[in-house]
Design a protein around this ligand. Structure first.
Ligand code: ATP
Ligand code: MG
Length: 410
């Protein structure tokens, strides 16, 4: 919020004397001293005026949502969403009919949670119309107004409630009024698009302790609506622990898609349907499928050649994912981890980190030169020599592989 770019935007918006404030997540996160993702700004000026003021200051402005009062200012890599104060006059999910206002409290009232209704002026004075700071420090996610009504207006808020609880809540005790409202309104979730559901789920899964919140969602019938495949809460809890503290391996980072897959009990077709339903990207769906319906299951007793064969088959990233969720699954069922077994699992992770791809040192061209005609026979012989080479742990060099080829040809 102190960055020169931010100050330039603020100065531009204040040029004609308007009262401008920071709003939403940046104020909340600044109070908690957490890293700030984006800086949102609000002003009583209408969007046309905002465009003109930015233009006067030579700042690039994009009319991203003029009807909803949103303008984006761009300085270099920094983007600022500038929103005109507004009230929701009528709500139809995300397509609320709105009116502009100059009333800061009215604008705060349309926001979802007390901790998200904070605003701050550029001098650092914080405005807290609904006791959001007290809620924030108590780790309490509280709706602005009546929870049921706020969810009725926009069902996404039901999922945002759990997402914000995962990031800002403390303890597993949620406000019972809000939780009851979520339980009663659960059928509203059917009106949300897959993308929006997935967006919330993924952000929830990025939190430090998603398993606790997921379990509460399961217990209250929320997951039955949006992620009925989720069953393995203990496995998720253990995976998160491994990712965050258990391993201390720089190459193992918290990963929302791995966490999602870790929760599921389904087969290949089920995982594909889930990817489609949540509109996951092709790559995300492939990872979910790879973990939910594994091509191979790593085992701590695998020997070196078996590990290298597995790595060659699925590649190091998929192998690492499979090791992590298999290990998490086993460990979540054991009271006391066995040190030797832990060493073996770590050995599998070392192997996947250090793996260098190997290529069969002979090619189809070698067979053509030996007089084998074009055709399926080439592929068959290569597959045979590949299996032979792999069976010898990739040790035979090109000369030995050529010799093997010759013997197969003759
Ligand atoms: P994050 O750090 O995850 O971006 P954020 O608080 O900035 O958190 P956004 O989704 O970017 O969250 O929304 C910005 C602000 O807009 C919120 O702080 C909240 O005040 C308001 N808001 C967003 N979505 C809703 C909603 N569905 N209903 C009511 N208010 C909302
Ligand atoms: Mg934001």
């Amino acid at each position: 919020m102190d960055a020169p770019e931010t100050r330039a935007v603020i100065a531009a918006l204040r040029a004609d004397g308007a009262e401008v404030r920071f709003v939403g997540g940046c104020v909340r996160d600044a109070l908690l001293k957490r890293p700030i993702k984006d800086v949102d700004i609000a002003t009583p000026d209408p969007p046309e005026r905002v465009l003109a003021l930015l233009d006067d200051a030579g700042i690039h402005a994009i009319p991203t949502g003029i009807d909803h009062g949103t303008v984006t200012a761009v300085i270099g890599k920094a983007h600022y969403e500038i929103t005109t104060l507004r009230v929701d006059v009528e709500s139809f999910g995300r397509h609320a009919r709105i009116e502009f206002t100059d009333d800061w409290r009215a604008d705060a009232s349309r926001r979802d949670f007390t901790m998200n209704a904070l605003s701050a002026n550029p001098e650092g004075m914080v405005y807290d119309p609904f006791d959001g700071i007290a809620d924030l420090s108590a780790g309490r996610v509280r709706f602005v107004g009546n929870p049921e009504q706020r969810i009725e207006e926009d069902a996404l808020r039901l999922l945002r409630y759990f997402r914000f609880h995962a990031h800002y809540g403390r303890g597993s005790g949620m406000e019972s009024r809000a939780l009851n409202a979520c339980r009663r309104m659960v059928s509203k979730l059917a009106s949300l698009s897959g993308e929006r559901v997935a967006g919330e789920l993924i952000r929830l899964l990025q939190s430090d302790d998603p398993a606790t919140v997921m379990l509460i969602m399961h217990g209250n019938g929320i997951l039955a609506q949006i992620l009925p495949e989720a069953r393995e809460f203990g496995r998720l809890r253990t995976l998160v622990w491994l990712e965050r503290r258990g391993l201390a391996r720089p190459e193992v980072r918290p990963d929302a898609i791995r966490r999602l897959a870790c929760l599921l009990v389904t087969d290949r077709a089920g995982a594909e349907i889930l990817g489609e339903r949540l509109k996951l990207s092709g790559q995300q769906t492939r990872r979910v499928v790879a973990m939910a319906a594994p091509r191979l299951v790593p085992d701590p007793s695998m020997d070196g050649p078996a590990v290298r064969r597995a790595l060659r088959q699925v590649g190091p990233e998929e192998f690492r994912d499979l090791v992590l969720i298999t290990w998490a699954g086993r460990r979540s069922l054991t009271a006391r981890p066995d040190a030797a077994e832990t060493g073996c699992w770590n050995g599998l992770l070392d192997a996947s980190r250090d793996w260098v791809p190997v290529d069969l040192p002979v090619k189809g061209r070698d067979l053509l030169e030996m007089g084998v005609p074009h055709g399926p026979r080439i592929g068959e012989i290569l597959a045979e020599v590949d299996a032979w080479w792999e069976g010898r742990d990739y040790r035979p060099d090109r000369g030995q592989c050529l010799e093997k080829l010759r013997s197969l040809v003759s």
